[in-house]
Design a protein around this ligand. Structure first.
Ligand code: HEM
Length: 409
């Protein structure tokens, strides 16, 4: 086993860096592609900052995506056993599976997110966005996260799952509890407790919903998952509920931040925003650049199946490594002027949706929602501007998003 130094640990997940991680990313890029990062308690992890290495690690079969148990490591050892149910429930999510289970399920689930299926949702997304913006008066002060960026993605994913909109607030609260646990590398016992309770309640909700839906299947994602479960040995009943929860969670917690982070970035760049307003055909490349510039998912993790060498460092079997997607998206070796926003950026190979077999299944949907929401906001409200001091970022480092975004419309 190689000797690992735990001196030279670097602090990254501090409140101060959270408010603006980019100067630190720039400095760490200059120092090297791999850093040993403190994640609270006694725990530190090797973290990859380089774009090329993050992309190749995400595709490397020597690394496993099964890492739900590792999420408990920042909790005191004596308390970890209380959350074995939390780790077990999360381990059923597609994102935490390895082949061959992952391959079989992903292939079937792809049907629900094909470009054709997602494109057919465009008119519906446009109608929902128009309805939400119709009620907003020009010149009025609005908290954009609460009024728009938060409710839109959850509304759409609930429609796709065929769940009544009245339950939206309950879902948002459950989803938040899971996000605080997942997004914080130095998670606490309280975070774990809230996430475990939320997952238990969500599982119970989907147990009942699936029973009812079996009798009246429709054209929704739950019915697709039921078909997959009924067709063969790909999904157990419990795994079926777990995918419903994962889709609800992923459909909401990330896309809200694409819209929120994207709008905040545009409001700080009025010239680029004016250009987008005048040339709406730029919206596709603009959304890709916003995903790169303020990535909603700042890192993901993998566990080593074998001892391997990463960026010249031998790392032992069973250790976790972090792929710092948000930092990789500012890597000067990959992007020209990485800290500059360029809505026309060509060959934008950002890693905001990951890479390899776990590449985000919801990427076409997120792109659609982001394009429609952001373009309609900038076109309909040409005078939109930020209010007050800098808005505050939520403490979920991994899921980067604003607590609130006050604007004048
Ligand atoms: C801007 C919005 C989004 C971002 C930035 C994002 C980001 C990501 C990333 C980085 C991964 C890969 C993680 C890894 O390799 O460990 C991922 C996977 C995944 N995402 Fe997203 N996501 C977004 C929206 C969505 C939406 C709308 C859905 C579904 C409704 C979704 C569902 C999933 C699922 C199920 C996976 C796991 C795929 C697999 O393991 O094969 N995501 N996402």
């Amino acid at each position: 086993m190689p000797k690992l130094v735990d001196t030279g640990r670097k602090v990254l997940f501090s409140d101060e860096i959270l408010q603006n991680p980019y100067p630190t990313y720039t400095r760490l890029h200059e120092e090297g592609p791999l850093h040993y990062i403190d994640v609270g308690g006694k725990w530190a992890v090797w973290s990859i900052f380089s774009h090329a290495e993050c992309a190749s690690i995400a595709k490397d079969p020597q690394l496993s995506a099964k890492r739900a148990k590792q999420m408990l490591l920042s909790l005191p050892l004596s308390r970890q056993a209380e959350f074995s149910e939390l780790a077990r429930m999360l381990s059923l999510w597609l994102i935490f599976m390895d082949p061959p289970e992952h391959t079989r399920l992903r292939k079937l689930l792809n049907k629900g997110f094909s470009p054709a299926v997602v494109e057919s949702l465009r008119p519906q997304v446009e109608i929902i966005v128009d309805q939400m913006l119709e009620a907003v008066e020009h010149g009025k002060e609005v908290e954009l996260m609460g009024e728009f960026a938060n409710p839109l993605p959850v509304r759409i994913i609930l429609e796709m799952l065929g769940i009544p909109q009245e339950l939206r607030d309950t879902f948002v609260n459950w989803s938040r509890a899971i996000a605080v646990f997942r997004g914080n590398p130095n998670r606490t016992v309280e975070d774990a407790r809230a996430a475990q309770d939320a997952l238990i309640q969500l599982t119970e909700f989907f147990r009942q919903t699936v029973t009812e839906r079996r009798r009246h299947k429709g054209n929704d994602l739950i019915s697709l998952l039921i078909d997959i479960e009924e067709e063969g040995d790909v999904l157990t009943e419990e795994e079926l509920y777990a995918q419903c929860i994962a889709l609800l969670f992923a459909g909401h917690e990330t896309t809200r931040n694409l819209i929120g982070n994207g709008m905040y970035t545009l409001l700080q760049h009025p010239e680029e925003t004016a250009e987008l307003r005048d040339q709406p055909e730029l919206i596709r490349s603009a959304v890709e650049e916003l995903l790169r510039y303020e990535s909603p998912v700042q890192f993901t993790a993998r566990v080593l199946k074998e001892e391997i060498e990463i960026c010249g460092q031998r790392i032992p079997k069973a250790w976790t490594v972090l792929c710092m997607l948000g930092a990789a998206n500012r890597d000067p070796r990959q992007f020209e002027n990485p800290n500059q926003l360029n809505l026309k950026r060509l060959n934008n190979q950002h890693l905001a949706f990951g890479a390899g077999m776990h590449f985000c299944i919801g990427a076409p949907l997120a792109r659609l929602e982001g394009q429609v929401a952001i373009l309609k906001l900038v076109q309909r409200f040409p005078k939109i501007k930020l209010v007050g001091a800098r808005p505050e970022w939520a403490s979920t480092f991994g899921l980067r998003g604003l607590m609130s975004l006050p604007v004048i419309m």
